[in-house]
Design a protein around this ligand. Sequence first.
Ligand code: G6P
Length: 610
Amino acid sequence: MCGIVGAVAQRNIAEILIEGLRRLEYRGYDSAGLAVISDFKISRLRRVGKVSELQKAIEENPIDGSIGIAHTRWATHGEPNETNAHPHFSNDTIAVVHNGIIENYESLREELKLQGYVFTSDTDTEVMAHLIERERKSSDSLLSAVLKATKLLKGAYGTVVMELANPDCLVVARSGSPLVLGKGIGEMFIASDQLALLPVTRQFMFLEEGEVAEVTRRDVKILAPDGSVVEREFEETTVQHDAGDKGKFRHFMMKEIYEQPDSINSTLEGRLAQDSVIIESFGNRAPELLDKVEFVQIIACGTSYHSAMVAKYWIESMVGIPCQVEIASEYRYRKTVVCKNSLFISISQSGETADTLAALRIAKEQGFLASLTICNVPGSSLVRESDMAFMTRAGAEIGVASTKAFTTQLTGLLMLAVALAQTKKSLPQEEISNIIQELRTLPNDIKHALEMDTTIETMAEEFNEKEHCLFLGRGEQYPIAMEGALKLKEISYIHAEGYPAAEMKHGPIALIDENMPIVVIATKKGHYEKVVSNIQEIKSRKGKIIGIVTEGDKDVRELADHVIEVPETIESLTPLLTTIPLQLLSYHIAVLLGKNVDQPRNLAKSVTVE
Ligand code: G6P
């Protein structure tokens, strides 16, 4: 989704802005632009398409300045064209970049038009530019003008404002869309994601909700929504992974699929005792809080929602307490009933998904016992606003289709189910020890599952002319079937659906003929015989069967057109292994079809608007 970079320095910052935008490309966008102050005017360049187009434009029309703002736009209001691309200007004196959506932009637009402002784009952002310009006339500083303007806005924004008359400072404001400030030596930077700034600094400070700040080369002045001054220090980031490098891989997605043994290892590191999960891994207060939990409510979006669905199977079977799972955008807009001693869990790769964050904020008013987030980004809004946080340590995930973030979420959620079972003594110690042992060998099992890569690559050729695909699974494998279908549609644009295998008879079976590929997860543990019966039903309707099976399987091999084997493990860990071939399958199909694997059309890595 949209990305922001800003800089105030003593050197030409055009290259820093472009490199920052390049590092935010993974979030998904359709146009890019930048503006700098030079020669007593604000110069702007905008291009539809990739940041490389903007870079080319700069090479042709060199732009040079020590203060500037830049943006990658993911269209919300108005189509992706040059006039709608950011930065937006007001009277050539104010320039604005903005992430988020201004909900009352139409009424503000009408009001501003009546006051003589002329609009050149279809965006909600241009309203902000004019509003700030108007407020500036009655304010003694840009900072107070932005503070006044933001009071009139409804919706979400992360914004950076630059003023021609004041070429030494940028003003930033945050409400619902993240912004981080980065400190250099005698220079300051701003971005919507710290990854954008890693080449120039490791000192960061996050802006909190409703804050407005004035950023100069050496100082930051932060104001709370009530106008009071906020004191906050810069801190060294712990982010290790550098987003910029695909290594030997052709795509980030493939690199990230192959990183899974390591990322799961890191997620487990220091969190397992000899025969148990270290409960404090979920936060210092976890032992006391988990003991009280009688109900679990999980909310998430997209791939994270699928890991939540798997967790429901684990929690209910291992802990024996009810667990409800819901899509965040649904949860936040309906009247919900909160049971006594309920734990609220949010799951998010980015920690910034607008609906998930809004659901957490609502939950905090609803009387939950506590909130826990399972998240991959330290310092993100969900981490900062939850009572407890479990960091998944997958490292930066750049491919839009989530892979290693998903399997590390599953790892964390399985550990949570075990931690709850330990606290509530709902599982025999022998069973807990067994899970811990299998968790330890999981990274190796995943390495083993990755060895099917070349076989899967050949298999992918069968999908060359297919337009639809079904994914089936039962029990804990049902959410994995849904995740397999999501991966395929996200990156290959083949229509795919994930179904509980037995539910096939209530609709999808009507679609089955010799042109319909059906991926069936049929591992030995968990409803094997029943899934084999479902495979028989597909076979008799001539569907093309791809079976995901346990090593050494014979029955499915006889019926299926292809089989992909995964190593044998205990039932609860199988979803982590069956995920791997499904990731590889969608990857190879998308590559064969010539799709943009890392940045699929219309999708965004971090969905910061609702
Ligand atoms: C977007 C991404 C998905 C992700 C979903 C939820 O749609 O493309 O990969 O699963 O958002 O994101 P979150 O960061 O909350 O896990």
